[in-house]
Design a protein around this ligand. Structure first.
Ligand SMILES: [Zn+2]
Length: 303
């Protein structure tokens, strides 16, 4: 995959050295959690611990031994300081917010617009790992409870021996364009007049290019060609990776087919630029918005 160099999307910045080789060193990990410099991102099913400045990292060792706390996930190193993520969902109501003065649990999407790119990337990484831990406590093969291994990046079944790795579910999201117009759709549940790029999960046994073409055909009855990768965005709600593309229209008139969209239609550059007729676009943190904005900013004739 190649694409022009640019700033990472929201949630895509990588502020830590993941130090993956340490995950298989239990003695190092045991020392790391007791390192006075070790910090923990704390999460629950409702979100992550923040204050008015951003993520709140609390000393890792005391949180790791809280009754009900999940197994620590080693996220990596910030300089020489180990950083963990710890789930306190089952430690009791309000436990997280009492870990630091002024701290609160907030939904990642709600706080993301106020975060630096590095902080947003850190919290997305932590949330993705904790979401997976929380939802994969049992073996998918035999149903037995699984045990955390490799610093939380693996769950092993003690009964059947199956190893379970953190999930990332690929989603293609694509701006279909044609000579100065772009195809946007809306779901009935969205705010009124909000339109966005089309998107859908990649299916097993499918290339990304094929997924783009299939989703556009299913949702809008349109054929595409020239599928071009643009950028990607972790989307840990709970476990997606958004893969952004442009795709050129190759035929068909847009119509809603599979019931997922309430409306799908062409918009000219001017209609989108001027937000004509109250048009609303996705928020700036979403890769859909970036796909649209970059297309709007592109100079010259369609290529
Ligand atoms: Zn098993």
């Amino acid at each position: 995959l190649t694409a022009p160099a640019r700033e990472p999307n929201t949630f895509a910045a990588a502020p830590l050295d993941r130090a993956g080789h340490r995950r298989t060193d239990p003695e190092w990990l045991a020392r790391a959690i007791d390192d006075p410099a070790a910090g923990a991102v704390v999460g629950t099913a409702a979100g992550v611990l923040v204050d008015d400045r951003g993520p709140v990292l609390v000393p890792a060792a005391p949180v790791a031994v809280l009754p009900g706390a999940g197994e620590p996930v080693f996220l990596g190193l910030d300089g020489s300081a180990p950083v963990f993520a710890i789930d306190v969902e089952r430690a009791g109501d309000g436990v997280a917010a009492r870990l630091a003065p002024g701290a609160r649990v907030a939904g990642l999407r709600d706080v993301a617009p106020q975060l630096t790119p590095g902080d947003a990337g850190l919290l997305a990484y932590a949330a993705a790992e904790l979401n997976w831990q929380r939802r994969h406590r049992f073996c998918a093969n035999c149903g037995n409870p699984t045990a955390s291994a490799e610093g939380g990046h693996l769950r092993v079944c003690p009964r059947c021996g199956a190893q379970h790795h953190p999930r990332t579910d690929p989603v293609v999201i694509m701006l279909v364009h044609d000579d100065g117009r772009a195809l946007l759709g809306r779901q009935a549940a969205w705010p009124e007049r909000r339109y966005s790029a089309l998107a859908g999960f990649v299916e097993p046994g499918e290339s990304l290019e094929a997924a783009v073409a299939r989703e556009v055909a299913e949702e809008a009855a349109v054929a595409v060609t020239d599928v071009t990768y643009r950028s990607s965005q972790p989307w840990p709600f709970p476990a997606s990776l958004m893969l952004g593309f442009w795709a050129r229209w190759a035929g068909g008139e847009p119509t809603t087919l599979d019931g997922e969209l309430e409306d799908v239609r062409w918009f000219s550059r001017e209609e989108i630029r001027e937000r004509r007729d109250g048009l609303k676009l996705p928020p700036p943190l979403a890769i859909a918005r970036r796909l649209i904005d970059e297309w709007l900013a592109r100079e010259g004739p369609e290529r």
